[in-house]
Design a protein around this ligand. Sequence first.
Ligand code: MN
Length: 250
Amino acid sequence: MPVILITNDDGYFSEGIRALRDALSDLGRVVVVAPDRNLSGVGHSLTFTEPLRMRRIDEDFYAVIGGTPADCIHLGYYVLLDGKKPDIVCSGINQGPNLGEDITYSGTVSGAMEGRILGIPSLAFSVFGVENILWKDVSDVAKDIVKHVIEKGLPEDTYLNVNIPNLRRDDIKGVRITRQGKRNYKEKVFKYTDPYGKPLYWIAAQQFAWDSEENTDYWAVANGYVSVTPLHIDMTNYKAMETIRFLEEI
Ligand code: MN
């Protein structure tokens, strides 16, 4: 029976992680280990300077106090599974998409990245929608994808960023293999005044505006397809190696 290790960045209490757990429990033993709070935007942070505690919520369901998604995968693998590799790591389902440059901030994607670094086939799941999420439909799609990945495996150094439209199962047009897109908005910095008269700041995303070139992640979900983008750990820009060779002349 496959062992499936799940984390997220929205916190163990989120609807998305419970929907994913319920859906994947048809496929094998599901072990959930997730942050105790919403850590959206935490990226691939690993906690080196503080101790961590795990709290059991339910059978095979744990929260890590103060832990990040990468911490959770670490503790899931080395503590809960006693160093025995799970067959697959899944992160999500994030409430909101992870597209374009946002994947570099994403704790959801970083949970899968950590799984891949540990040598496990890994997937990140997000839903393209923020409210009134059709969790049953969306998690059924995730289950189908996980089932196929367990059967066929993934190439070395590859993990998947999956974004699912917030649509009824029958209204989803299919799956598209996509490339990482680009977004056209920037976060805005809001300035406020604290009760002592000192300034404080809040960085917040304003609106979704994306480059919608065909075969990008955004294009797929905006057109009713499930977007699957293969990512890799090696961030080297191989094409640029020759163009910056002049630095070797110094
Ligand atoms: Mn999140």
